[in-house]
Write a protein that binds this ligand. Sequence first.
Ligand code: FES
Length: 152
Amino acid sequence: MKTRREFLTDMGKMAGGVLLAAPITAAVLEGCLPTSVPMVPMPTTSTDISVDVSDLSASNPAKVVSGVTAPDGFGVIVTRISDSDYRALSMRCTHQNCSVDNRLSSGEIHCACHGSLFALDGSVVVSPATVPLTSYKVTVDPAAHLVHAKLA
Ligand code: FES
């Protein structure tokens, strides 16, 4: 059985331990708060997009549209076939639904999953895919260097 003095001394030690541990506990808990998670912009799901294509050319004929997810859940690639012919394509590979990648500088669209290649118009160049990439309806505004695409 502890004396009252021993009991109070033990309580004082425990309180000191809690006070010393508080900053460490606070730091650990703060690391768990949502505000410590890096903010990543959420992709927008939109069915009508306008894309600035002033950066596309014969030597740089395609780009991934940043921050856009089509209703199929995949990104969108805009390609330049000629000055007046542009395409908006789903990034969903028609073989087994991988996302095609953004290695577009060669003028072909590549799927790393099984090696399919698609042309800039979405047609299959190399199987195993046998169906072209989904092509969305586009209108081109050459004066404004804009391609408007309907993703639905
Ligand atoms: S999913 Fe693209 S090649 Fe198989």
